[in-house]
Ligand binder design. Structure first.
Ligand SMILES: NC(=O)c1ccc[n+]([C@@H]2O[C@H](COP(=O)([O-])OP(=O)(O)OC[C@H]3O[C@@H](n4cnc5c(N)ncnc54)[C@H](OP(=O)(O)O)[C@@H]3O)[C@@H](O)[C@H]2O)c1
Length: 234
């Protein structure tokens, strides 16, 4: 069993999915949100295994790998000093309609992870887990070597941090496709060919309710070669 401790910041859709995969893989998993550990009792009971809840600061301190699963608009609340020196997977995406406009991102000059890194000095930031939806994420995890193994893109400037994240993804059931530095994260941002769509079959048009259509869409494994093809010219 891997001894990685995972800190999941954000207990919503994607945070829950990551925590489910991590606990299922036997990892010690610390979950935090904006409302504090008392609000997480039911989720921790549901997760079982080695899951616990803590404050954001303590979850970061305890973790070897931190996963940011909060709205991009909330990243300004993160405790930069506590995050410094930590390996952090940035699963956030910038949606100006939801998160508010950031001029430096609207002109396309920076990726959202580069922007985040510039506000979190010393953080070992790796873009990842941002391009698969929260329903398909827990459905598509498979053991290493499985013919149905899915690959997820990562991007980051530090090799050691990426090695750590590749290990983490491997343990929770995914291959990693290294796109390169943080700037290359644009190839997995919203609107890119590998963003969300390839990981499920087109939804059933006979299901009228759009939420049900999304929830019931059949997951589709995306092997490494396909992930490479989807990102090479993106
Ligand atoms: N939904 C997806 O399928 C998906 C897939 C990939 C990536 N993402 C990205 O992942 C991020 C989260 O999306 P989501 O769908 O999981 O959102 P969500 O369901 O709304 O959950 C957001 C979580 O973030 C927590 N949070 C908000 N502000 C916080 C703060 N200042 N400190 C600590 N925790 C805070 C919330 O805490 P409370 O519960 O206490 O309010 C909540 O648990 C977004 O950037 C999104 O683009 C989403």
């Amino acid at each position: 069993m891997s001894e990685l401790v995972v800190g999941v910041i954000g207990s919503g859709n994607i945070g829950k999915g990551v925590a489910q995969l991590a606990t299922a893989a036997g990892l010690e998993t610390v979950v935090a949100n904006s409302r504090g550990p008392a609000s997480l009792v039911a989720l921790i009971a549901q997760l079982g295994g080695r899951a616990t809840a803590d404050t954001v600061e303590r979850a970061i301190e305890r973790a070897d790998v931190v996963v940011l699963a909060i709205p991009f608009g909330a990243v300004g609340d993160l405790p930069a000093g506590v995050l410094a020196g930590k390996v952090v997977v940035d699963a956030t995406n910038y949606y100006p309609g939801r998160d508010g406009h950031v001029a430096a991102l609207d002109d396309g000059g920076l990726t959202s992870s580069e922007y985040l890194a510039s506000h979190l000095p010393g953080v070992l930031l790796v873009k990842g887990l941002n391009n698969i939806d929260f329903v398909r994420l827990p459905q598509l995890g498979r053991p290493a070597g499985s013919p149905e193994r899915t690959a997820l893109p990562i991007a980051g400037d530090g090799l050691d941090a990426k090695v750590r994240v590749i290990e983490f993804l491997d343990v929770i059931g995914f291959d990693a496709l290294d796109l390169g530095g943080l700037a290359e994260g644009r190839r997995s941002q919203p609107g890119s060919p590998i963003y969300v769509t390839p990981y499920s079959r087109p939804a059933d048009p006979d299901v009228e309710d759009p939420t049900q259509r999304f929830l019931t869409a059949v997951p589709v494994p995306v092997p490494l070669a396909q992930a490479q093809a989807l990102t090479v010219n993106a």
